[in-house]
Design a protein around this ligand. Structure first.
Ligand SMILES: Cc1cc2nc3c(=O)[nH]c(=O)nc-3n(C[C@H](O)[C@H](O)[C@H](O)COP(=O)(O)OP(=O)(O)OC[C@H]3O[C@@H](n4cnc5c(N)ncnc54)[C@H](O)[C@@H]3O)c2cc1C
Length: 444
């Protein structure tokens, strides 16, 4: 039997190792800290939460809750550690980060099937099954190796994320559909455009200039800025018209309601595979999430916007999942190599844990000579993997779990529940958990 190596003992790597041990197999888990650290980790403990201590909403029938509930049903040790480390945090699963990583470190170190080796890996062994789970701050030497193994240009160093809003929350009486100069990629009008008049634009720039920023997580978070993807508040600081000549330029766009070119425009682009959401083109920023909600709702047409994701900027190493991975998180050219966690192209703590669980279970199945059994598409876990493997590889962006990654309900149910969004979400969750329970009853 081939040995199983897991590179990186963060959230994904620890979950993967524990799942392999649970399947009765041995594995080696490599962690480079404390001998080599990253710019964001502060301790030598495993599964360190580098920034916020929130594992997001525990409100029943929300998408983040569904993902956690699936993990709990699949016996995730990291979810157990989170429960033990829980501190009051309203509707969110908020944890004491020290207790959380101590719990995980203890569970890994005391497991006789897991050998923890504190060393930096710089290559992927050919004679092993390998799960690469080295996270957004993968060491440079390994990043180069992954780039070499998977083909040049396919490893991304990602520095900015634009906010995403729910389609239903955009006011279509204000936002209009059009492509610049009528040039569309597929014959349709590709963008929704939110038009500003002069006074709206001036107020928006003032709000940007006075908005509170997130403190830098790591030194390279802020400086130097990459000139090609500057945060919008930095553009506003460079001059009152800079945005109007940059991401908010109105050229080639006529508002059908006025028959004139707006003073400035924010363009919204439909997300691939997320038919029901749009991203704000070029709107990466460093504002606090509460400030983003306040300032971005000043955009005409977005007054009642529901944000599925806020803008962020930090170093992020990830592969182009759709170009390289199957929905079982295996590298297409060599199924003995799995990717999990942030480097596989998901975003967030719980999403990283979930892909660690998937890669761990599938690696164990492969090592044992069994069929690798994908998770049902209707589940949050299955949908996350489907996104990683099936989104449009052009301009691929990592995703958090949201309902628009899950398959739509059938027409009749959608029609029946058309006036009740909470009931639709509850139905998506019920369907997901039923499918997961069926899967577990066969492959516990
Ligand atoms: C600055 C920053 C802030 C973030 N804030 C949040 C947040 O608030 N909320 C949220 O949900 N998500 C956040 N994320 C995104 C993401 O969810 C976390 O980074 C998460 O920890 C990813 O889990 P992971 O298992 O993929 O990687 P990690 O938890 O980072 O684990 C990877 C491990 O691999 C080790 N490693 C790296 N290279 C090697 C090597 N060559 N050999 C051996 N070991 C290696 C690292 O030391 C690390 O322990 C943030 C990311 C960054 C960079």
């Amino acid at each position: 039997m081939l040995p199983i190596h897991i590179l990186g003992a963060g959230l994904a790597g620890c979950e993967a190792a524990w799942q392999i041990a649970r399947a009765g197999l041995n594995c080696v888990l490599f962690e480079m800290r404390p001998f080599r650290s990253t710019a964001a980790h502060k301790t030598d403990r495993l599964a360190e939460l580098v920034c916020s201590n929130s594992l997001k909403s525990e409100s029943e029938n929300s998408a983040p809750w569904l993902l956690k509930e699936e993990l709990r049903r699949l016996d995730s040790p990291l979810m157990r550690a989170a429960q033990r480390a829980r501190v009051p945090g309203g509707h969110a699963l908020t944890v004491n980060r020290e207790i959380f990583s101590e719990e995980v470190t203890g569970a890994i170190e005391s497991n006789p099937r897991i050998e923890l080796r504190r060393e930096e890996r710089v290559s992927i062994e050919r004679d092993a099954i390998t799960i690469v789970a080295t996270g957004p701050l993968t060491s440079d030497a390994l990043a180069e190796e992954i780039s070499r193994v998977t083909g040049a240009g396919r490893l991304f160093f990602y520095d900015s994320i634009s906010p995403i809003v729910e389609a239903e929350s955009i006011d279509l009486n204000v936002a209009f559909r059009a492509s610049r100069y009528g040039k569309s990629l597929d014959g349709t009008d590709d963008y929704l455009n939110c038009p500003f008049d002069r006074s709206q634009y001036e107020s928006f720039v003032d709000a940007l200039l006075s908005a509170e920023a997130v403190p830098a997580h790591i030194p390279e978070d802020r400086t130097p800025f990459f000139e090609a993807c500057l945060p919008i508040e930095e553009l506003a600081r460079r001059g009152r018209d800079t945005l109007r000549f940059g991401p908010m330029k109105p050229v080639g766009l006529i508002d059908p309601r006025t028959g004139r070119r707006p003073y400035a425009v924010v363009q919204l682009r439909q997300e691939n595979l997320r038919a029901s959401s749009y991203n704000l083109v070029g709107f990466q920023n460093h504002m606090r999430f509460t400030e983003q909600a306040r300032v971005l709702r000043m955009i005409p047409g977005l007054e009642r916007a529901e944000f599925l994701r806020y803008g962020q900027m930090h170093r992020n190493t990830y592969i182009n999942g759709p170009a390289l991975l199957t929905s079982k998180l295996q590298y297409r050219e060599d199924p003995r190599i799995f990717f999990a966690g942030q480097i596989s192209g998901v975003e967030g703590y719980v999403e990283s844990i979930a892909t660690g669980l998937v890669a761990g279970r599938h690696a164990a199945e492969l090592a044992a000579g069994e069929t690798v059994r994908p998770f049902p598409r209707e589940t949050a876990i299955g949908s996350l993997c489907a996104y990683v493997a099936g989104a449009d590889p052009r301009d691929y962006q990592p995703a958090n779990i949201t309902f628009d990654l899950l398959p739509a309900l059938d027409d009749a149910t959608r029609q029946r529940l058309r006036h009740d969004k909470s009931a639709r979400h509850a139905e998506v969750c019920r369907r997901a958990l039923d499918k997961l329970d069926e899967y577990r009853s066969v492959y516990a």
